[in-house]
Design a binder for this molecule. Structure first.
Ligand code: GSH
Length: 231
C-alpha cells in the first residue's frame, strides 16, 4: 500500500488519474449495466516506444477514455517521459472514425498517434500485413525490442536473477516471436540475441510451459486470421 501511495503521489500520476470518487461512481454505473462484480486493473502494453517520442518535437495524440486503466497507463508514461500530447476523449459506445481508422483490428483505446500514424501495435502488423507495411512493422518492432534489450543488459531476466513482473508481461509476447518470424521471414534472435536468450529462459519455465499455447497453434491462428483479413 505504501508503494501504491508513493506511485499515486508522483506528479505524472496525479495529473493523469481521475478523482477516485468519479471512478467509484463509474464502477457502480457499469455494475448496474453489465452486472459485473470486479475489475481486473492489471495489464501490460508496449509503451517503450514513448521513450522515442520524448525526443521528437512532433504531433502526438492519445485517443483515450478517462476511466480506462490502460489509458491512465499511457498518460502517465507520456508525462513521465515529458512527451507533449493532445488527449482526445473517446465515447466507447460510439467510437470516432479516427479510432476505427487507427486501430481497425481491436477498435480499443488507448491509441497513440504520432504524426498521423498509429504507433500502438507494431507487433500486430508483422503478421497481419505484407510488403512495405510489413517491412516497416518489422523495423519498428526490432527497434522497440532493442530498447528493451538495452534495459535488460546482461541480466538473465528483467527482474535480475528472478523471473519478475516485467518478465511475466513480456512472456506473452515472447510466445509470439516464432509465429512472427515465420509470418514475416526474419530473425529476432540475430537482431536481439541477449533479449532472445532471456526469452528462451522464460519460455522454458514450468509455469510458462503450462500457461501458453504452442507456437505452432499461434502460427496457425495467424495464418487463419490473415486469410480472414484477405492478406
Ligand atoms: N490490451 C489493451 C486493452 C485496451 C482496452 O481493453 N481498452 C478498452 C477500454 S478500458 C476499450 O477500448 N474498450 C472498447 C471495446 O472493447 O469496444 C491495452 O492493454 O491497452
Amino acid at each position: 500500500m505504501d508503494w501504491g501511495k508513493r506511485c499515486m503521489e508522483r506528479e505524472s500520476v496525479a495529473t493523469s488519474l481521475p478523482d477516485p470518487e468519479r471512478i467509484g461512481g463509474f464502477i457502480l454505473q457499469l455494475k448496474k449495466l453489465y452486472r459485473i462484480d470486479s475489475f481486473v486493473l492489471l495489464s501490460f502494453s508496449k509503451f517503450l516506444i514513448i521513450q522515442d517520442l520524448a525526443t521528437m518535437a512532433d504531433e502526438v495524440i492519445l485517443l483515450d477514455y478517462w476511466a480506462s486503466p490502460f489509458g491512465m497507463r499511457a498518460r502517465i508514461a507520456l508525462r513521465e517521459k515529458g512527451v507533449k500530447f493532445e488527449c482526445r476523449e473517446e465515447n466507447l459506445r460510439d467510437k470516432s472514425p479516427l479510432l476505427l481508422q487507427m486501430n481497425p483490428v481491436h477498435k480499443k483505446i488507448p491509441v497513440l498517434i504520432h504524426n498521423g500514424k498509429p504507433v500502438y501495435e507494431p507487433a500486430d502488423k508483422i503478421w497481419s500485413t505484407t510488403g512495405e507495411v510489413q517491412e516497416t512493422a518489422k523495423k519498428d518492432f526490432i527497434e522497440a525490442l532493442k530498447i528493451l534489450e538495452a534495459e535488460l543488459g546482461d541480466k538473465p531476466y528483467f527482474g535480475g536473477d528472478n523471473f519478475g513482473f516485467v518478465d511475466i508481461a513480456m512472456t506473452g509476447y515472447y510466445s509470439w516471436f516464432e509465429p512472427f518470424e515465420k509470418c514475416a521471414n526474419f530473425s529476432i534472435e540475430s537482431e536481439c540475441p541477449t533479449l532472445m536468450a532471456s526469452a528462451k529462459r522464460c519460455l522454458q519455465r514450468e509455469s510458462v510451459v503450462n500457461s501458453i499455447p504452442n507456437p505452432d497453434e499461434l502460427f496457425a491462428l495467424a495464418l487463419k486470421l490473415r486469410k480472414e483479413y484477405g492478406v
